[in-house]
Write a protein that binds this ligand. Structure first.
Ligand code: ZN
Length: 135
């Protein structure tokens, strides 16, 4: 049983809050772009991890990260059954390969497309949830 109404009935964000998502929500509210970085091997991580996949360290502080990358692929979503996204259609998203290593799915600003060098940011949505954007 859940203590929140159905996503399908009320247009809420498609996922309930999570501990790792709270990292990015706070960063988005501050207007920063930060990722976890392993204190032992220096690898940047995204999404949030409990353990470094390279060296198994658990010392993974959140640090400002270089916000540049390249769009490796893109698509446009024109239909969805999720009320949260229905008011936002069409939605352009892409796979961004960050210069610092990780890849992420990001919303694409107008004019950003496959192959483009872009800057990425976390922006809060209307619920304060961090959304990755490429511009
Ligand atoms: Zn590591």
């Amino acid at each position: 049983m859940t203590d929140r109404p159905s996503d399908q009935d009320h247009g809420l964000p498609p996922y309930p809050p999570s501990a790792s998502g709270a990292f990015y929500d706070a960063i988005a509210a501050e207007g920063r772009f930060a990722l976890q970085r392993c204190a032992d091997c220096a690898q940047f991580l995204y999404p949030a991890h409990d353990v470094c996949p390279s060296c198994l360290s658990t010392d993974l502080p959140l640090v400002d990260a270089p916000p540049q990358g390249q769009i490796a692929s893109e698509t446009t979503i024109r239909a969805t059954t999720n009320p949260y996204f229905q008011d936002r259609l069409p939605i352009r998203i892409g796979l961004v390969i960050l210069d610092c290593g990780p890849s992420m799915i990001a919303f694409l600003d107008d004019g950003a497309g496959m192959g483009d060098r872009i800057g990425v940011s976390f922006r809060p949505d209307t619920f304060g949830r961090a959304m990755a954007w490429a511009k």
